[in-house]
Design a protein around this ligand. Structure first.
Ligand SMILES: Nc1ncnc2c1ncn2[C@@H]1O[C@H](COP(=O)(O)OP(=O)(O)OP(=O)(O)O)[C@@H](O)[C@H]1O
Length: 471
């Protein structure tokens, strides 16, 4: 897995940003220069420059950007450098709009520029014919794997929203990689050197939410022995990820909205507002529009956080990524702890494709981890993963959705039975959170003893879909 090479092109007069170029080359960029458009085309034939740096002058003009629409140069992702007041020129604004990936106003923060160019490079490689199989993150544990068209689309969206500053709402089922996506947006944004803080809105104790988010002054309430900086304030210069924002109580939604409107916090018991430079990303697995209709989520807050949207696909929507993902996790765990096991059996690959993965990628991670412990041979078998080969298709299942639902419901019943109907244990085995399992029990009208509520009954032995082996 190779990252695209950091070749950067410049065209025309670069005297105004020579120091910047020197610093960029110390960050690993190879700089290639062309004096004019003709030389630029020749350069592109010789070197794989996918990213360019272009100055926009005080009249709003820029040689490389003005020739950008010609074939060849238009494949370069340009980042423009300019004085802030140049943005008053219509010509400069048009050039940025039509020809640039992003721009940076002087004074130039070269570390930010480096990140911006890195994102532009990622975007450029996605435009090329070949697809990428991994979205790299500076921290190895946060690489994103998947080569399917739907994952390529996700990577493109991540690069696009990373270059913007607006809030992002990340939607998707549990375990599909919403937090990972938020980390990728942060890592490819100009804020990547700042903190990335996560708040799980559903897990905050109700009495403490206000002070956890906004902080408090000493003496603000009985147990406030000292000043506490809230998580919003401690995200200064970085990104704040609000996970499961749909679980935020209504009164806290008002406070969050106020903060998002003026980007200032009031510590509990504080007298002055404190400005905080933070970008907010939020995630939810519930349908917030419906929550708004039901009066459970504020409409104004919904519009405020829903400026840009990213959806992480369910694993069943990209089954071609199941095997590469399983191999990725296998390699990751093998490098953490040496193993005699050398990979997955052919049978296992078939069964992994058949399984509906209600817990999505998190379930896959857990099953791979478990299989590496359970496996007694060189190759992992379906039963090492807690999966068994499908016997027959149900006669009653007409549509793909019905087949999936039946499989999901069977897997849940079997897990409950194996775990003596302890929801927490069954959830762990299925690789979903307890909350998700309760949601699924409701969806399939299963009571937690594995029976059916509302008089519905399903006999797993006749549905004949993926069964989990007893362990
Ligand atoms: N594309 C991917 N490549 C590699 N690992 C992934 C990918 N997507 C998700 N994962 C892994 O799957 C697990 C679940 O991901 P994550 O926590 O981001 O999901 P989530 O949608 O936020 O879940 P929840 O809604 O339950 O909080 C993590 O271990 C994450 O590293």
């Amino acid at each position: 897995m190779m990252e695209p090479s950091r070749q950067l092109m410049t065209v025309g007069n670069t005297t105004s940003f020579q120091d910047t170029l020197k610093q960029l080359s110390s960050y690993g960029w190879s700089i290639h220069h062309a004096d004019n458009a003709q030389e630029a085309f020749e350069l592109l034939n010789r070197e794989a420059c996918r990213v360019g740096l272009a100055a926009i002058d005080s009249s709003g003009g820029s040689l490389p950007l003005e020739v950008d629409t010609r074939p060849g140069l238009s494949q370069v992702q340009w980042v423009a450098i300019l004085e802030h007041n140049v943005l008053q020129h219509d010509k400069a604004r048009d050039l940025i709009y039509n020809a640039c990936y992003a721009y940076q106003a002087r004074p130039i923060d070269v570390r930010r520029l480096d990140i911006l160019l890195g994102s532009a490079l990622g975007m450029a490689s996605l435009h090329e014919d070949h697809s990428i199989s991994t979205l790299f993150c500076p921290d190895d544990s946060y690489h994103m794997v998947g080569e399917s068209p739907i994952m390529q689309q996700l990577y493109r969206t991540i690069y696009k929203v990373a270059a913007a500053e607006a809030p992002v709402l990340i939607t998707g089922e549990s375990g599909t990689g919403k937090e990972l996506t938020a980390r990728a947006i942060h890592a490819h944004s100009s804020r990547c050197h700042g903190p990335f803080n996560v708040v799980n809105c559903g897990a905050l104790p109700s009495g403490l939410i206000q002070s956890e988010l906004f902080g408090h002054e000493k003496g603000a309430f009985t147990s406030a022995n000292q000043r506490k900086i809230g998580i919003i304030e401690s995200s200064q210069g970085g990104t704040l990820f609000l996970d499961e924002i749909g679980d935020l109580p209504l009164d806290m939604q008002v406070n969050l909205l106020r903060f998002l409107e003026n980007l200032k916090v009031f510590r509990v018991g504080g007298l002055q507002e404190i400005p905080v430079d933070v970008r907010v990303l939020a995630a939810t697995h519930v349908d917030l529009e419906r929550a708004v209709e039901r009066g459970e989520f504020r409409e104004d807050l919904y519009h405020r956080i829903n400026v840009l949207q990213v959806r992480t696909p369910a694993l069943r929507e990209h089954p071609e990524d199941i095997e590469p993902l399983a191999r990725f996790f296998f390699q990751k765990f093998s490098s953490e702890k040496p193993t005699r096991v050398s990979g997955f059996s052919r049978d296992c690959a078939v069964v992994m494709r058949q399984h509906p993965w209600p817990g999505n990628i998190r379930e896959l991670v857990n099953r791979v981890r478990r299989s590496m412990v359970m496996c007694e041979h060189r190759l992992i078998t379906p039963s090492d993963m807690g999966l068994e080969r499908r016997q027959t298709l149900s006669r009653d299942a007409d549509t793909l959705q019905q087949v999936r639902d039946m499989a999901e419901s069977d897997a849940i019943r079997a897990a409950l039975a194996r775990n003596k109907h302890k929801v927490l244990h069954a959830a762990r085995e299925l690789g979903v959170s307890r909350v998700t399992l309760y949601r699924l029990l409701e969806k399939h009208s299963i009571d937690k003893n594995g029976g059916s509520v509302n008089g519905k009954t399903v006999d797993p032995s006749t549905s004949g879909f993926v069964q989990l082996t007893s362990t």
